[in-house]
Write a protein that binds this ligand. Structure first.
Ligand code: GSH
Length: 97
């Protein structure tokens, strides 16, 4: 029992802007599956609103991009699949517990 729920961790406040045709996005979704975590997925290929939001708020339409809604109401945005995978590993991987 090593998933995020049994560990008492929460992915609330996280959302992944992604596209189903993007290999880098697939890498991040695979990392989520490996870690047994669920993060809200926002497909910019299917939803122009998500694409517009990504460009407007994060600066560019590149995916994957992890949105981290902080407690103070400010959103942090993380591009780069490797950085996102590392972030998820650090927060939800077994090694951190
Ligand atoms: N180095 C980036 C590459 C991401 C990337 O090239 N994403 C492509 C889709 S596969 C993209 O969003 N291209 C459109 C753009 O950069 O505006 C990563 O590892 O996340």
């Amino acid at each position: 029992m090593t998933d995020s729920i049994t560990q008492g961790l929460s992915t609330a406040g996280l959302s992944l802007y992604h596209s189903t045709t993007c290999w880098f996005c697939a890498k991040v979704r695979q990392k989520m599956a490996d870690l047994g975590i669920d993060i809200e997925l926002r497909d910019i290929g299917m939803n122009n609103g998500f694409r517009d939001e990504l460009v407007r708020e994060a600066g560019k339409g590149q995916v994957p991009c992890l949105r981290i809604d902080q407690k103070d109401g400010v959103a942090k945005w993380m591009y780069e699949s490797s950085d996102i995978c590392n972030y998820l590993e650090q927060h939800f991987g077994n090694a951190s517990h």
